[in-house]
Design a protein. Structure first.
Length: 398
């Protein structure tokens, strides 16, 4: 059975769900890697591996969703809760541009005290100061949260955000796109499977490109991992709007759910089957931020053609115990030592050029930055301009 499925993949034929599950469960890891690598080489014959220089900024950690796998969020009223001010975000953009960055990956908690107008004003302010800088912002659950807060339909929220400066939408909040799993993870309330996919559908129809993700290793079965991929494949058949797929393992430390992290072998097998199943996705990213640089490098032999983001800053995964860091020099060294040519890209996977550090001096980055230093409780002055919904928020905005 496995040999027949291997031959089918080599012939370029699409697997159905049962076939994908059998291959995922039964094929030797080396065989999965070989199949995935052949598909990668066919889609990307030039021997290039790309990466992007951007910054992963979490603008608030206050969240009402309370997903049990998340170590990052703080409830409304927590003394550890924060909202970044516009000036803080501008400083982070300045630092990003200084090292060759072109984009902000902006995501945060479902904060009831940040109305849609706050996001619109922020996006407009960013575009006014940095016209060519890109905003890759607000995962589908955040869009749904804003739809509920504003009582506007999702397409209208997306339209307003685009008008304010939104360039693309990241694939966060997908976890596993199976409602049984989402209910167990306490993320069903923030977005059902159909709701998550519908945001992406509307984003694609509005002309935005987006990424897709999968966090595995919590309570899902192998069948449900494959179901997740098939739901993404179906939507990509429909819209063609996804630029890339990124999968990573659940990080259990400091979370309510707890548990253990999946192994590196599980990661490589999952990455490889994703390359095989998601035959209509051009790009797969290596998740070095959860797996470390060496497994990230090995990912390039298991279907990945992209090393993801230099990131500069990371908060969510770090809160759950992972703190890997790779600056541009180290990412490029990992790519080249694996036998590939390293090229910078943008979110649309257009190649922008050679590494920045070979063009000019760039300070080494040996540790990822955080949104704020511990103990910083500043409240941005501009928050007073926006109506709050929570009791704590109203008390802070006379």
């Amino acid at each position: 059975m496995v040999d027949r499925l291997i031959d089918k993949v080599r012939a370029g034929s699409r697997l159905d769900g049962a076939e994908a599950l059998e291959l995922y469960r039964s094929a030797p890891t080396a065989a999965l890697g070989e199949l995935a690598d052949a598909i990668r080489a066919r889609k990307h014959p030039g021997g290039l591996v790309t990466y992007i220089i951007d910054r992963n900024v979490n603008y608030t950690n206050v969240c009402v969703a309370k997903c049990n796998f998340c170590a990052f969020y703080r409830p409304v009223g927590s003394t550890d809760g924060y909202v970044l001010g516009f000036a803080e975000l501008f400083r982070k953009i300045d630092e990003t541009i200084a090292v060759g960055g072109i984009q902000l990956l902006l995501q945060g908690g479902h904060n009831p005290d940040l109305p849609l107008s706050w996001y619109e004003d922020l996006f407009r302010a960013v575009k006014e100061r940095y016209p060519s800088f890109k905003l890759h912002a607000l995962s589908p659950p955040e869009v749904i949260h804003l739809s509920r807060l504003s009582q506007l339909p999702v397409p209208a929220v997306i339209g307003r955000l685009i008008a304010a400066g939104l360039d693309s939408i990241p694939g966060g909040g997908a976890e596993i796109l199976v409602d049984r799993v989402r209910k167990l993870l306490h993320c069903y309330g923030k977005a059902t499977t159909d709701e998550w996919l519908d945001v992406m559908r509307h984003a694609h129809l509005a002309g935005l490109r987006t990424t897709a993700t999968m966090m595995y290793g919590t309570v899902e079965t192998a069948e449900e991992r494959i179901e997740h991929m098939l739901r993404l494949r179906d939507l990509q058949d429909e819209t063609g709007g996804f630029t890339a797929f990124i999968t990573w393992s659940y990080q259990p430390d400091h979370t309510e759910l707890s548990g253990t992290e999946a192994t590196g072998i599980d990661y490589l097998r999952t990455l490889a089957i994703a390359r095989i199943v998601l035959d209509n996705f051009d790009n797969l990213q290596a998740s070095w931020v959860t797996q470390g640089g060496k497994v990230g490098q090995l990912s390039l032999a298991y279907g990945a053609n992209d090393m993801g983001s230099v990131m500069i800053e990371e908060n969510v995964v770090r809160a759950a115990g992972a703190s890997y860091c790779m600056d541009e020099l180290e990412i490029v060294r990992n790519i080249e030592d694996a036998g590939f040519a390293a090229k910078r890209r943008n979110m649309h996977y257009d190649v922008l050029g050679d590494p920045i550090f070979r063009e000019r001096d760039v300070p080494r980055m040996l540790e990822l930055a955080t949104s704020r230093e511990a103990g910083d409780t500043r409240v941005p002055e501009e928050l007073r301009l926006y109506p709050a919904r929570s009791r704590t928020g109203k008390a802070m905005r006379p």
